[in-house]
Design a protein around this ligand. Structure first.
Ligand code: NAG
Length: 386
């Protein structure tokens, strides 16, 4: 009976049957907000195809009576037409990406709400670069070779909510950050240390993406995250050897994949009872301690793929909301009848997705009852046993 079920499962093992989250197309960063911003930019006509409306509007800005006033060598009056040269301005969105700019352009309209400077060569943000931009709520500086942000460069941006600095060469998180910030992305920089007061005063920030930096556990000064009410934190592709213990308790999503974490100790996740998603894939985890997962009463999705686990982590049946578990690419050779499902009668959600392929599990070694709490059999991605 078990053999038949597993055979049927193996036939359907070509693709993960449950929905994968796509990458955010904006800068290959995953997370909330990105999609919305990209959509907002698309809506605002950033494609540049239809310029007829702009043309009419812009003609009004050209000086029509710009005759030099008698003085033979006088410069013509500067064009004050509210859009930096080469940029595309529409509905208070200023698009200056991919222009080879080496500095922040002047003449940015003071009512600009979104400024896109990605894919340029702006290596430095100087004290007056953003002067007067009191309405800016999103600033995109992704992929610029940015090395230096002068103290005070961001100070005029009193309404800034989204700051995207990924794919640059920053060695430190800029300070001070605008106090109204909601979302900070500094993925793929050269940040080694996060000092105690790096995020000081950021009372509203809910999302920080800081993966792809050479950060190890000692790089976080104790209290670096104190007082933050983060929902989302990503420190993937770094050098962590254990789960940082003093991240905000408010986290709903924590991504620590592609690090060097070796075990999950009993107390490592104690603070993170609000987590709905936890990403620990592509680490070196050999063991999850007994009780290590039990604080995660809100967890819906657990990713532990591509680690070195030899058994199913203990405590899964006790996580009542858990519906997706990735365990593929480990070293699990046995599955017990109680590893995934609570005893009959105990209340718990049904799994929508469970991946176990790429483990040395012998089909005869799986008791028929092991997967009785699956939503349906397509939720199980097994395969690969020989
Ligand atoms: C997998 O587990 C077996 C014991 O079950 C062990 O001998 C082997 O070294 C492990 N392989 C890896 C790659 O950790």
């Amino acid at each position: 009976m078990a053999g038949l079920v597993l055979l049927a499962l193996a036939l359907g093992a070509g693709a993960l049957p449950f929905e994968q989250r796509g990458f955010w197309d904006f800068a290959l960063d995953e997370g909330p907000g990105g999609r919305r911003l990209a959509a907002a930019m698309a809506d605002s006509g950033g494609g540049g195809g239809d310029d007829s409306g702009d043309g009419d509007e812009a003609s009004g800005f050209f000086p029509t009576s710009g005759a030099p006033d008698g003085d033979g060598d006088a410069e013509p009056p500067p064009y004050s037409g509210l859009c930096p040269f080469g940029c595309h301005c529409h509905l208070r969105v200023v698009q200056c990406s991919d222009l080879g700019l080496t500095e922040v352009p002047k003449d940015i309209p003071p009512d600009t709400t979104l400024l896109d400077l990605q894919n340029n060569r702006i290596t430095e943000l100087r004290p007056h670069d953003f002067r007067g931009l009191r309405h800016l709520y999103a600033l995109v500086l992704v992929n610029n070779g940015l090395r230096r942000v002068h103290a005070g460069a961001l100070a005029p941006l009193t309404r800034l909510e989204k700051l995207y600095l990924s794919h640059n060469r920053l060695a430190a998180i800029p300070a001070p950050l605008p106090p109204g910030l909601l979302e900070l992305r500094v993925h793929d920089n050269r940040i080694r240390a996060v000092p105690r007061r790096a995020f000081r005063g950021l009372r509203h920030v809910n999302c920080i993406e800081m993966g792809g930096n050479p950060l190890d556990n000692s790089g976080f000064e104790p209290g670096a995250f104190a007082g933050l009410k983060l929902n989302y934190l990503r420190i993937s592709e770094a050098r962590l050897t254990s789960v940082p213990k003093d991240l905000p308790e408010t986290l709903r999503e924590l991504h620590l994949d592609h690090n060097r974490i070796q075990t999950i100790e009993r107390d490592d996740l104690k603070r993170y009872g609000q987590l709905a998603r936890l990403g620990l894939g592509h680490n070196e985890i050999r063991e999850v301690a007994e009780g290590g997962l039990s604080p995660l009463g809100s967890l819906r999705e657990l990713r532990l793929e591509h680690n070195r686990l030899r058994r199913v982590p203990p405590g899964l049946p006790g996580l009542r909301l858990l519906t997706v578990v990735y365990l593929h690419g480990n070293n699990i050779s046995r599955v017990g009848a109680q590893d995934f499902c609570a005893p009959p009668g105990a209340k718990r959600a049904h799994y929508q997705g469970l991946s176990l392929f790429g483990n040395p599990v012998a089909p005869g070694a799986v008791p028929p009852a092991a997967f009785r709490c699956l939503a349906d059999r397509l939720a199980l991605h097994f395969g690969n046993y020989k």
